[in-house]
Design a protein around this ligand. Sequence first.
Ligand SMILES: [Zn+2]
Length: 396
Amino acid sequence: MSTEINLDELYNNSIKILSDLIGFKTISGEDNSNLINYCENYLHNFGATSFKTFDDEKKRVNLFATIKAKKSNGIKPIILSGHTDTVPVSKSWSTDPFKATIKEEKLYGRGSCDMKGFIACTLAFAPIYSKTDLNRDIHFSFTFDEETACIGAPILIKELKKRNINEGICIVGEPTKMKIIDAHKGCYEYTTYFEGLAGHSSMPHKGVSAVEFATKYSNKLIELREELKKRSPKDSIFDPPFSTLQVGGIFGGIAHNVIADKCHVEWETRPVIKEDGIFLNQEIDKYANEVLLPEMRKVFTNSRITKKIIGEVAGFNRVLNSEACEFVSSLTGDNSREVVSFGTEAGLFQEIGISTVVCGPGSIEQAHKVDEFIELSELKKCIKFLDGIREKSSIN
Ligand SMILES: [Zn+2]
């Protein structure tokens, strides 16, 4: 193919697009449709087809767009995957977090590294991919609410399964400084609500203290944490090697002398294997339903314990000879493999049979922080990487 590729121009475009993307305030849980419409219109201009999936209220949107292969001869597609949401901002920013600001070879703005930088680079490349005689489909997957326990991606994944898009290579462009991450633990978050019966503290037998039952529940979780340690797989690649658990908060009660009728416990676990998550849930549910609840209902029959799943981010498992990792290594020349302690959408793609790798521009060091930035050199690296994908995906 004879099209001239001007990487400098692509890099400049990526900065322009990134500035636009930062301008869309897409904090997790909020409406991200303006950003998604921007991406969709942009991709349509270069011949992409697309579909969208939504949350129940239709205000948060996932986009999946495709630039089709000219002739695939069975070569499997590539998915370039990013989340469009960002974490919230605090008042202490030294620049406007929703306005891209370049200073000393760094581009500042909320989401600059986590992970609008990657999305911007992929969009900058769309015109090139569309001019290339592709030997495989190239997909763009942009999700909502990754930062709040991957709420958006499962909705998209369900649709991918329906459409039989369940093979190929997925590159999740979370900030890794373009290093290959091939595993992370799962991250499951729960809130458990206790509803008892209010009363005067001088008559404890006439009330059901939600606070006290929530405390017993928390203690049981802490006991189970020790069980998780014992279950640590021998060949674990993680640090610490076992599944962790923590109680992040207990909220309830109104006064010293009032029996609290409401309390809730926020807790999370990071399973190294899926079975640990199943084990933990079975044990704690059993304890709640067979020990605590009967005790509560002895006094007040309408007592309740409800466990709400905030999110269950699937773990991302190391696969020997991973097609995705080898593909990325062949582009970056870097054969190292690392594990990380943060969660991503990678495990969800892996679960439906897509070979997946986490690799993207920017550093996780700057993610979620005040004055988040991405080094411009990282965007350049990413542009070069995407050009490598073009080379490996063109017929000639
Ligand atoms: Zn992220």
